[in-house]
Design a protein around this ligand. Sequence first.
Ligand code: NAP
Length: 238
Amino acid sequence: MKNAVVTGGASGIGRSIAERLRADGHHVATLDLNPSDTDSDGTLALTADVTDRGAVDAAIDTVRERLGPVGILVNAAGMEGHKRFRNLTFEAWHQVVDVNLNGVFHCIQAVLPDMTDAGWGRIVNISSSSAHSGQPFMTHYVAAKSAVNGLTKALALELGPQGITVNAVPPGFIDTPMLRRSEARNLLGGTIDDHIARTPVRRAGRPEDIAAACAFLVSEEAGYITGQILGVNGGRNT
Ligand code: NAP
């Protein structure tokens, strides 16, 4: 049983990961922009913007006070953006990179001393299958998620000797509030059924599919797996 922090844990994939890790016996804290009701199920729900280093450090200090040192970090907080590149402002570019990439930097740095002291740690970064396939009108998002995959590979080499593994899970097409918002704004490049027809296993992904992969990667028995990008996408991107 470890103390786990899941960012973006109030919604969608992050929420499912938090529930799964808790079911597996870990003590779980979530970090998210808005308060959630996850406290009621025994999860420590904290409000923090992952782009704000001071807020992240304060939240991790609270986790240490309430639960103890952090052994597991899953970075699932994220935001999408849809804009034709020629019309993309630097501010919009920066915001998407700030949440999806810089937020990962801040959260890993905030928990790393605990893992280094323990000589054990598990870090999983939720990137995106779009980092593999590309996605029109999402250059900022795809660039940030590609960078998360790169960070994962480089950091795994650096932290392996300290007993800390670093892996990434790029989801494919997962039915979450984020996906439904894109569908409502007609930004999916087709209907959800169109996407399902192009997915070898013929269904949309569920948050629980991502949670299952994370549960394995943070386990003791996954200790020989690091620097890997484990696609969970119904076979659509390999
Ligand atoms: P979601 O339901 O929108 O959940 C994302 C959570 O992150 C939300 O609770 C959101 O809060 C929070 N968040 C956003 N910005 C934040 C910030 N600056 N600091 C702290 N929390 C922040 O989306 P999801 O689909 O579960 O996505 C989870 C992760 O999977 C994201 O990294 C996403 O890029 C990735 N992903 C998802 C899919 C998919 O098909 N769903 C595919 C590929 C990758 P608010 O709701 O208050 O903004």
